[in-house]
Structure formats: structure tokens, C-alpha cells
Design a protein around this ligand. Structure first.
Ligand code: UD1
Ligand code: MG
Length: 468
């Protein structure tokens, strides 16, 4: 038995304008669960082992190229959008060898495992051409699969279909597996004699059947058929992707209080035993450990969070790192390059940017720390501010040693260094560095002037009134 070592090339169609989206953005760049939909299609292709991915670009190609080219795919231009067959032709199939998978760029739910399965069937059955179909409740604008006594005959576009054909529930998902040689041979024969005057790739089916090629439908799931042609379909695809991710996380032992309102992007990793409250958004390259709790309305982007961390309601984390047993929030804002070490606590209405915040240190309330290094077991009193941005429009650093006690309402006018074990009196405006173990107080002195008010107001007490 010979092992099939044919090369796989994917052609992804992404040149269309997406008129029905009514949006200035090219359709395939619309984000589905956080990522441009064409990215999902390319990832699935690569995951399925495609040696080459050729993306057909046209409308908004400069923007589309910016997204797809860094993924290592080649772009082929379709200047005028004359239909899906014309688009495939632009990929120069005559220069391809082996097997080809053709996919629409607007099917973001496709996964590598789906493509692998279609390819396996295509190869096992020694097909020349296979079309992936699905049975759906509402076939709407999908092309209909027309069969005669079970055998595939043709695909008819909804716009060109008779009332009887429109009743067919088996539809064309827009995914095809085909030998490159078949593609090169039959593509030039496709005509545009249809209602849209477009060259339809779907006509390949009837052409191949007429020539006695082996053409086979592969019946797949409605999931594969989820295409995006308008905003409502975009929202549906996004919801389905978030749901799929939530289900997978739960299978891996993540606790979801309400999986319908957990917005976790596909790229995110979460450890077992972590609890995700409703209305949490976790994006990008975020990685969350085990036994961590993430409360409602928190937004976490590109951040690394350790084990047993508490992220209380309404916290906002960007490109930050939280070590084990840290607690932040409610309402903490951690801006990029912030790192909070073990068992530290960042409380409500605290903002940090480019901060290293040492083990077991605390900033409980209403504080801004920027461009700062804070040692271990430091107490940052309520209302402390680093004045890191100077009149010369440059940023300066504040460095605070271990076990420093910072009284409430302190301002550090950077650059400042505070040595270990120093104490800063409340309400100080610190403009000079403070040595280790020193006490620094920098505030107006309190003075008392007795009977200073112009006239002491005499208030008769109730008892005096009763006496009268
Ligand atoms: C197409 C199929 C239909 C199928 C459906 C599945 C045809 C004629 N019809 O219809 O049978 O049920 O997909 O979703 O193929 N594109 C180009 N250049 C063009 C035209 C389109 O690159 O000239 C791209 C679009 O950007 C899009 C994809 O091809 O990514 C599909 O085009 P679209 O207009 O959405 O086709 P459908 O009407 O959905
Ligand atoms: Mg479409």
C-alpha cells in the first residue's frame, strides 16, 4: 500500500468586497472572537499541513496583505472581482502540484482537523474533486446541492435556483478538495452565463461530472458552513467561537459561572481549577494559572497571571505579569510592563505603569505608580503618587527599597530613590532621595491659633431651652 505523500496547497479566497457587511473594512479582516477571520482560515490550513497557502486578494488588498503576509502566505491579486472561479484562476493553479483545498476566506469556524478529515476522505476515495456540503435548517443564500437518485449532479446558486431547488437543505459550504491537474484543466472552461454574470467555482462540479471524473460530496456539519456575509453573521460566528473556547476550557477543568458570557479568545491558556465569573474578557497571548479567580467585568490582555491569584471585579490588565498569590482590584488598572510579585496586593483605584512591585508589598487604595521599582514588604499609603512625567516631557524613575513605609498622600517627584526600611511621613512631597532607615517628612507644619475665628457662635443647648 502506498502512503500518500501528495503536497497540499490551500487557496483561500479573500478578494471580495463584502458589500453586505456595509463596512469600510475588507470583509475578511473583520474580527471574529478577537482575530481577523482570514487569520483563522490560514491557521487552520497550516495546522492541516498545507505546504503552501495562496491567498487571493483584491478589495482592500493593502490592508489584507498587512495581516496575512506576516503569517508566511503568498498573496495573488485579483484586480476585478469576476467571481469565485476567476479568483481561483488568479492563484495560478497550473503552477501547483498535488492536492488543492479551496476555501472561502469568510468561514472562520473551520479547524485544521476538519481540513485533515476532508483530505483523508478525498485521498481514501481516490477522488478527482470533492465538495464539502452540510444539511442546514435555513439554507438562505447558500448554493444548493442538487442530486439525482443520491448522486451529485450540480451546485446551483440561490440566485439562479428554481423554487423547487431552493427547498433543498443540503448546501455548498464553499470548501473543495481537488487535484491541481483537474483544476488547471477545467477552470478555463467555466463560463459566466448566470444571473450575476460571474465565473462560479461551483460550475467545476458539473463540468467534471460531465467528463466522468470522480466527483464526490463530503457531508460535514453545519458548523463548517457558518460563513460571514453580514454583521449579524459576524456576531453569530463570534458567539460560536467564544462558546467553543468556553466548552474546551471547561473540559480541561476551568470553572465557568456562566460560559455564555465568558469571552476568552482561542489563543488564551487557563489552568484547571481557575474560576471565571460572567462578563470577563481575556485576550491575546494571555496565560492564566490554576486556582485563580477572575471576577466580573475584568479585562485581561496579553498578560501572564500565576496560580491562586485574585483578580477582583472591574480590573483592567494589559501586558502585565502577576506572580502567584497576588491580589488585585476591585478596579485596578495595570498598564503595560507591570510586574507584581508573589503575595503582593494592589487594591481599588490603583493604576500602575512600568512598575516592578515586590513580594508582599501593598498599595491598597487610590494610588498611581509609574516607572517605579518597589521592593518587598513595602506599604504604599492611600493616595500615593509618583510624579514621573516632568516639565521637560521626559519620564523619570522612582526606586523604593525593601520594607519602606510610605504614609498616605505622598508624592515622589522623580527621579527619587528611597533606601530600605525608610519611613515617609504622610502628606510629604519628596523631592530628594531618602537614605535607608531614615524618616523623611516634607509638608507644611501645623500651627494652632486659639480663638482665631472672628466671633465664637453661641449655641444654646436644648436643656438650657427646657430650663427657661
Ligand atoms: C459562495 C458559493 C456558494 C456557497 C457559499 C458558501 C460561489 C459562486 N458560490 O457563495 O455556493 O454556498 O460561498 O459560503 O462560489 N471572492 C473573491 N473574488 C470574487 C468573488 C468572491 O475572492 O470575485 C471571495 C470572497 O472574498 C469570499 C469568497 O470568495 O471570501 C466567497 O464569496 P461570496 O461572495 O461570499 O460567495 P457566496 O455568495 O457566499
Ligand atoms: Mg460568502
Amino acid at each position: 500500500m502506498s502512503v500518500n505523500t501528495e503536497k497540499l496547497t490551500v487557496i483561500a479566497l479573500a478578494a471580495g468586497k463584502g458589500t453586505r457587511m456595509k463596512s469600510p473594512l475588507p470583509k475578511v479582516l473583520h474580527p471574529v472572537a478577537g482575530r481577523p477571520m482570514i487569520e483563522k482560515v490560514i491557521q487552520a490550513s497550516k495546522g492541516a499541513g498545507a505546504a503552501e497557502v495562496r491567498v487571493i486578494v483584491g478589495h482592500g488588498q493593502n490592508l489584507v496583505r498587512q495581516v496575512v503576509e506576516p503569517m508566511g502566505v503568498a498573496c495573488y491579486v485579483q484586480d476585478e472581482q469576476l467571481g469565485t472561479a476567476h479568483a481561483v484562476k488568479c492563484a495560478k493553479p497550473e503552477t501547483i502540484e498535488g492536492d488543492v483545498v479551496i476555501m472561502n476566506g469568510d468561514h472562520p469556524l473551520i479547524e485544521a482537523s476538519d481540513i485533515k478529515e476532508f483530505l483523508r476522505i478525498f485521498r481514501d476515495e481516490k477522488c478527482d474533486l470533492a465538495v464539502v456540503t452540510a444539511n442546514v435548517k435555513n439554507p438562505g443564500e447558500f448554493g444548493r446541492i442538487v442530486r439525482n437518485r443520491g448522486d451529485l449532479v450540480a451546485i446551483v446558486e440561490a440566485k439562479d435556483a428554481s423554487a423547487d431547488t431552493l427547498k433543498i437543505k443540503e448546501i455548498n459550504t464553499g470548501i473543495y478538495v481537488v487535484k491541481a491537474s483537474i483544476l488547471a484543466k477545467y477552470l478555463p472552461l467555466i463560463k459566466n452565463n448566470n444571473s450575476k454574470k460571474e465565473f462560479y467555482i461551483t460550475d467545476l462540479i458539473s463540468l467534471c461530472i460531465a467528463d466522468k471524473c470522480k466527483v464526490q460530496p463530503i457531508i460535514s456539519t453545519p458548523k463548517v458552513a457558518v460563513g460571514v456575509n453580514n454583521q449579524a453573521e459576524l456576531a453569530k460566528a463570534t458567539r460560536l467561537l467564544f462558546k467553543r473556547k468556553a466548552m474546551r476550557l471547561m473540559e480541561e477543568g476551568v470553572l465557568m459561572i456562566d460560559p455564555r458570557s465568558a469571552y476568552v479568545e482561542e489563543s488564551v491558556e487557563i489552568g484547571a481549577g481557575t474560576v471565571v465569573y460572567p462578563n470577563v474578557f481575556i485576550r491575546g497571548r494571555s496565560k492564566i494559572g490554576s486556582f485563580t479567580v477572575i471576577e466580573s467585568n475584568s479585562f485581561i490582555s496579553d498578560s501572564e497571571v500565576g496560580d491562586s491569584v485574585q483578580i477582583r471585579a472591574g480590573s483592567y490588565l494589559e501586558s502585565s505579569r502577576l506572580h502567584n498569590k497576588v491580589s488585585v482590584g476591585p478596579y485596578a488598572r495595570l498598564r503595560p510592563e507591570t510586574e507584581i510579585f508573589e503575595e503582593a496586593h494592589v487594591g481599588n483605584f490603583v493604576e500602575m505603569k512600568k512598575v516592578k512591585f515586590g513580594k508582599k508589598s501593598k498599595a491598597g487604595h487610590l494610588t498611581y505608580l509609574g516607572d517605579a521599582e518597589v521592593g518587598e514588604e513595602v506599604n504604599i499609603g492611600c493616595g500615593t503618587i509618583t510624579c514621573n512625567y516632568a516639565a521637560d516631557r521626559k519620564k523619570y524613575k522612582t526606586k523604593i527599597g525593601n520594607r519602606v513605609f510610605v504614609g498616605s498622600d505622598t508624592q515622589f517627584v522623580a527621579p527619587i530613590e528611597v533606601g530600605d526600611d525608610a519611613i515617609i511621613g504622610s502628606g510629604s512631597t519628596i523631592t530628594k532621595s531618602v537614605p535607608a532607615k531614615a524618616l523623611a517628612v516634607a509638608r507644611g507644619k501645623q500651627f494652632i491659633k486659639e480663638n482665631y475665628a472672628p466671633k465664637a457662635v453661641e449655641v444654646e443647648t436644648e436643656t438650657e431651652e427646657v430650663k427657661k
